[in-house]
Design a binder for this molecule. Structure first.
Ligand code: SF4
Ligand code: SF4
Length: 389
């Protein structure tokens, strides 16, 4: 039996679109259970920025699950370095959830519980928020956006927000992809549904590479919802919509190989994938075409000089980006002094205390683990990975 995934245009009415997407995907069956809705509240960015799941989508799901007889909790813990309270305030999520009739759970005040994951390949033991263990079911509500390390961050990677903030370094150091799939295996039974908020997505400003993390990017209005019970299938369909081959995304490849969901055997209901190419200005279309060329191994060496002219001297060649992502060595984190406003988010994010603000300078020490949590956390995209020697 193929996995069913629905794609629905919002056409201005997000609540209707969410209900239609759930229904087309086969519905959600509940019997008075307590359900945790897990949006992506990675940073203190407003709803509609494409960085966090929108309050409209979350409110719609709160109402829907309540109508089905479920008790609804909503919670997330931001990226290390970001203050949870500030994140909940700026996203407006707490008020939105309460107005819709749900209960907002402040995960930072929750209890941390260590779980063993017997099926894990890397993340054998991890601390998670207790609420994730006590609820009967979980629904993942990511926003469709680019991620500097995993290409996109969707339903599966969204589960990382269930882990305690001090565990994120470990997850990154262990390679991110496999540990995230380990988390999926731990929660797969409880994860009854995934719904991607594509009302406003977020793309990397540069063609690719590590310079843009999940807390910064260009908002793109897409007006769509992608939903289904199989998170691997939902993320694979969303990846195709975003122009990525799901087989090239390690999280999806590993998850499907481990039998946690389908990449190919998928029945799509609703809209066809093709019409959802990102709407662009004429110049953007040219840049997108160049981007496709840029990411081809054969063509990249030829078009790289042109891409560099359009996007600026900071743009690296495909080989250089691949090389640095394959092999991030310690002490290769560099700071863009013009962008860095010394906010200190990365200082808090680095769990081994390898970053410090001294006077007008941000100092990176020599004990770096290469976990890239600081790069992910920086609200100004001021941190990147050094290329070459
Ligand atoms: S690099 Fe600078 S701007 Fe970025 S998180 Fe660190 S202190 Fe803040
Ligand atoms: S400085 Fe190194 S160890 Fe600290 S968060 Fe950044 S990459 Fe991780």
């Amino acid at each position: 039996m193929p996995s069913v995934v629905s794609i629905v245009k919002t056409d201005g009415n997000v609540e209707d679109a969410v209900r239609r997407a759930v229904e087309l995907a086969g519905g959600i069956k509940l019997n008075g259970e307590t359900v945790l809705l897990k949006p992506n509240l990675c940073a203190a960015k407003p709803s509609g920025s494409g960085i966090v799941t929108s309050t409209e989508v979350v409110s719609a799901m709160v109402k829907l699950v309540k109508d089905l007889g479920g008790e609804v909790l909503v919670g997330d813990l931001p990226i290390a370095g970001w203050d949870p309270e500030e994140t909940y305030r700026v996203t407006g999520m707490r008020e939105a959830v309460e107005a819709a009739g749900g209960t907002f759970v402040d995960f930072s005040k929750d209890e941390a519980v260590t779980i063993q994951i017997p099926s894990a390949k890397k993340l054998k033991k991890v601390k998670v928020v207790k609420t994730a263990l006590t609820v009967d079911a979980i629904i993942s509500l990511p926003v469709l956006k680019a991620h500097f390390f995993t290409g996109l961050t969707l339903s599966i990677k969204n589960l990382k927000g269930l882990t305690w903030q001090d565990q994120r370094t470990k997850i990154h150091v262990l390679g991110l992809h496999e540990p995230v799939v380990d988390l999926l295996s731990a929660f797969r039974q409880k994860l009854i549904f995934s719904l991607v908020d594509g009302t406003v997505g977020c793309e990397a400003i540069k063609p690719s590479g590590p310079l843009y993390g999940p807390t910064e990017g260009k908002p793109v209005r897409l007006n769509l919802i992608v939903a289904g019970a199989d998170p691997v299938a939902v993320d694979s369909v969303t990846a195709r919509i975003a122009g990525l081959d799901p087989h090239s995304m390690k999280i999806l490849k590993i998850a499907s190989e481990r039998g946690l969901g389908e990449i190919e055997d998928i029945e799509i209901r609703g809209e066809d994938v093709k019409p959802f190419k990102l709407k662009r200005r004429f110049m953007d279309k040219i840049l997108q075409a160049l981007n496709v060329l840029w990411t081809s191994r054969t063509v990249n060496p030829i078009v790289h000089p042109l891409a560099k002219k359009i996007y600026g001297p900071q743009i690296e060649s495909l080989r250089a980006v691949e090389k640095e992502l394959e092999k991030v060595e310690p002490s290769r984190i560099i700071v863009d002094r013009e962008k860095c406003n010394l906010c200190g988010v990365c200082v808090k994010a680095c769990k081994i205390g390898n970053i410090a603000v001294k006077g007008d300078n941000l100092l990176i020490g020599d004990n770096c683990l290469g976990c890239l949590i600081c790069v992910e956390s920086c609200p100004e995209s001021a941190l990147s990975i050094k290329v070459g020697g």
